[in-house]
Design a protein around this ligand. Structure first.
Ligand code: SAM
Length: 232
């Protein structure tokens, strides 16, 4: 079982929904349709969470999510939309993100052990098996919101370089990239002697030159506006 959960990283979702709401309004020339990417999505808990959040809070924009993982078994499981009672209960207990109102709207209780993600959420997500070491053509273009969380360490150095370049090339200036806590460090320990991932040479050029930290959350990044974009 891949390490993932519904609404992982409790404090992210409020700042994220505010940052999405701050994207240009469709009536002011902004996108009517947000294209979202979830790379290394495992069993789909991350794209389910994103889709529920956007459906619930960010209704100015229509949206679709492209979700990929290299493991076909995980993608097959993700496509089912089946959740255990334990994981839904844990998400509900962590007050303020998955509320009971959201659970009623977006999930159906199947039996005492199981819930099902409703079609209004699941149908927004296109699940694909893909290796992000070769990301060309996998990311929607334009990509307004990308989650590449807790997966960079699984890529080889060339793959990290290629993925950062592809994200930089597909995101508008107001786009948002979300990474995971384990992407900041290779080890669990912040004092890991291998050092922060973002400071490793193969990562620095791509991530730090293409993206800058978002002021509202340490895991959110924005494309730099003062750089030349690589040709699409
Ligand atoms: C720790 S899980 C992260 C799941 C989710 N993003 C989250 O943060 O909850 C890492 C995922 O990356 C996937 N992965 C590993 N190598 C990959 C690759 N080359 N391309 C795409 N996905 C990959 C794994 O199969 C696994 O599902």
């Amino acid at each position: 079982m891949a390490n993932t959960k519904l609404f992982r990283r409790l404090d992210l979702w409020g700042p994220l929904s505010n940052a999405v709401k701050a994207m240009p309004h469709p009536r002011a020339g902004g996108p009517t349709h947000l294209r979202v990417f979830s790379g290394g999505c495992a069993t789909g808990r991350e794209p389910y969470s994103i889709a529920m959040l956007l459906e619930h809070y960010c209704y100015r924009h229509d949206f679709t999510v492209t979700a990929t993982d290299v493991d076909p078994d995980l993608i097959a499981q993700a496509r089912t939309g089946v959740l255990t009672d334990g994981e839904v209960a844990r998400a509900l207990l962590r007050e303020g993100i998955l509320t009971r109102d959201m659970a009623e709207r977006y999930l159906t209780r199947v039996d005492t052990a199981t819930w099902q993600v409703k079609p209004r959420v699941l149908d927004r997500i296109d699940f694909t098996v893909a290796d992000l070491n070769a990301p060309a053509g996998l990311i929607p273009d334009p990509c307004h919101l990308a989650f590449c969380a807790n997966m960079w360490r699984h890529l080889n150095p060339d793959g990290r370089h290629a993925l950062a370049a592809e994200l930089g090339a597909t995101m508008p200036d107001y786009g948002l990239l979300v990474i995971g806590p384990s992407d900041l460090y290779f080890g669990e320990d912040p004092n890991d002697p291998t050092g922060p991932l973002l400071h490793r040479p193969e990562f620095t050029v791509d991530m730090q030159e293409r993206f800058r930290p978002h002021p509202r959350h340490p895991l959110m990044y924005r494309p730099r506006t003062d750089r030349e974009r690589p040709a699409a």
